[in-house]
Write a protein that binds this ligand. Structure first.
Ligand SMILES: Cc1cc2nc3c(=O)[nH]c(=O)nc-3n(C[C@H](O)[C@H](O)[C@H](O)COP(=O)(O)O)c2cc1C
Ligand code: SF4
Length: 463
């Protein structure tokens, strides 16, 4: 089954093999496709997966460092070059999708005294709480500068006791905007602006020659936050799941009408948020049936990857959503627990598939997470747990592994060790490579292009 055809919307995938989105930190600082981006995706195309999804790409025209962007027509020529390279190197066998996303602001963890002296908002409630906590009524009437100095001198325990939960978060991990911040105009207006932004981005992806887009409704980003059970917006876009799904459906419908009918439009969503108070698989299955009923072309599943339980970053660094328990579930390592990472999320995909089929839809479901062998993949497909098998890190370890399996050369596959050296590079926004090949040299090959630190080759050798 792994190498059998399957419809995705109006297109036919030549197999059930799928490389999901992975940010490799190779775009230019202005978000353009670089030669390194083209080389990177060309190398994945050599392995001829049925579907290749290009990394999370920002839909807004705002500076966002070396993250790919598609918020303006000026980004189209570079993306077109990428699409042409994938078509050429896969011999036209690989369907190419672009993952498009929106994200809210996140600030670096501030230096303690600077935050208390300059950024913390002061009101009478805070003054009263500080006076009570320190047992000193005079504190409440100090001028602002003196009051702030008292806070600088306070213990962390005292600060945690007097600051609002949000201010304590801004101090201890860095400020993070939420979809529930509806007092902020641009957050309030998200339901009005996002459908148009996603639709323009999708139209550009189509112009650039991509076969489809994957709407990023997963992990720590805006659309996942609308779907989340933690979304309590009171404007009809939060609260019960019928309201949380409204904006994701609006975005999908606007995108659908903005691109040609044979252009694939699917989404990536979470089968389980894995955070306290978050969405579990029952809600995820219900969301998936709503998307299928609306005519979405595929549903790709992921798990976790939230800010809510991320580790405290060092001062001067931003929180990273793959550091806590939910992040570990997103990219599980061999150390996660006795069960290990292998095929870890297949049961979630099965639950979602069952719900989608029971509602009468044939929409393909994509499973991911520790899928690293023909046996696991084929068994999941044969049971009907999923329609596509997505492998991120195994494809990074050996982009040719699909071809090797297909041609009976399984013993030659370079097997991922699932210890997340690659993810650690991603966390530091360094060019992502794999420890199994980034120091390899093949006798006779031309000198490979190296990372900025001059130590690691940027694409794997042909082996
Ligand atoms: C370096 C790296 C970057 C990633 N970037 C993205 C991304 O841009 N979008 C996304 O949906 N998932 C991203 N992921 C998650 C993967 O797509 C995948 O869901 C996860 O690694 C689990 O699959 P695996 O066990 O096959 O690696 C990334 C994973 C890695 C290792
Ligand atoms: S660096 Fe480690 S976890 Fe990442 S792809 Fe390579 S072997 Fe797998």
């Amino acid at each position: 089954m792994l190498f059998s055809q399957r419809r995705i919307g109006a297109r036919t995938a030549l197999g059930r093999t799928w490389v999901p989105a992975m940010v490799p930190w190779r775009a230019t600082d202005d978000g353009f496709v670089s030669d390194d981006v083209v080389d990177w995706y060309g190398r994945f195309a050599d392995g001829r997966p049925a579907v290749l999804v290009v990394e999370a790409t920002g839909i807004r025209d705002v500076p966002s460092g070396p993250l790919l962007r598609i918020g303006d027509d000026r980004f189209v020529p570079g993306l077109a070059r990428l699409a042409a390279e994938v078509r050429r190197r896969s011999g036209g066998e690989t369907l190419l999708f672009l993952q498009i996303l929106d994200f809210l602001a996140i600030k670096r963890r501030p230096e303690r005294a600077k935050f208390l002296r300059r950024f913390l908002g002061i009101d009478s409630g805070l003054r009263t709480r500080v006076a009570a906590r320190l047992g000193d009524d005079c504190v409440a009437s100090l001028d602002d500068a003196a009051f702030r100095e008292r806070l600088v001198g306070a213990t962390d325990d005292d600060l945690r006791g007097v600051l609002t939960a949000r201010d304590w978060e801004s101090l201890s991990v860095g400020f993070r905007e939420r979809v529930t911040d509806t007092d902020v105009p641009h957050v309030r207006e998200l339901p009005a602006v996002l459908p148009g932004l996603f639709a323009s981005a999708a139209r550009r992806a189509s112009d650039a020659g991509f076969d489809g887009v994957e709407l990023h409704y997963a992990h720590a980003y805006t659309m996942a936050s609308f779907l989340s059970a933690t979304n309590t917006r009171a404007d009809g876009f939060g609260g019960p799941r019928e309201q949380r799904v409204r904006l994701p459906l609006d975005v999908f419908r606007t995108v659908r009408t903005s691109v040609p009918t044979d252009f694939v439009v699917g989404c990536r969503m979470l089968a389980d948020e894995v955070v306290v108070g978050g969405t579990r698989v029952a809600d995820a299955a219900w969301f998936a049936t709503q998307f299928a009923a609306a005519g979405m072309d595929f549903i790709s599943l992921s798990k976790g990857g939230k800010f809510d339980d991320a580790k405290q970053p060092a001062v001067g660094e931003a929180a990273y959503p793959y550091t806590g328990p939910s992040g570990h579930e997103c990219m599980p390592t061999v150390r996660i627990d006795a069960r290990g990472p292998f095929g870890r999320n297949v049961a979630l995909a099965a639950a979602v598939s069952t719900a989608v089929r029971a509602a009468g839809h044939d929409t393909p479901v994509v499973a991911a997470g520790g899928l690293n062998s023909f046996e696991i993949a084929e068994a999941a497909l044969a049971r009907g747990d999923a329609d596509f098998v997505a492998a991120a890190r195994q494809s990074l370890a050996d982009p040719d592994w699909w071809l090797k399996m297909r041609s009976g050369r399984g013993a030659e596959i370079r097997r991922c060790e699932y210890t997340n050296y690659c993810e650690a590079l991603d966390q530091r926004h360094l060019q992502v490579t794999c420890r199994l090949w980034d120091r390899l040299r093949v006798p006779g090959e031309p000198e490979p292009k190296l990372s900025h630190d001059g130590r690691r080759r940027l694409v794997p050798p042909v082996a």
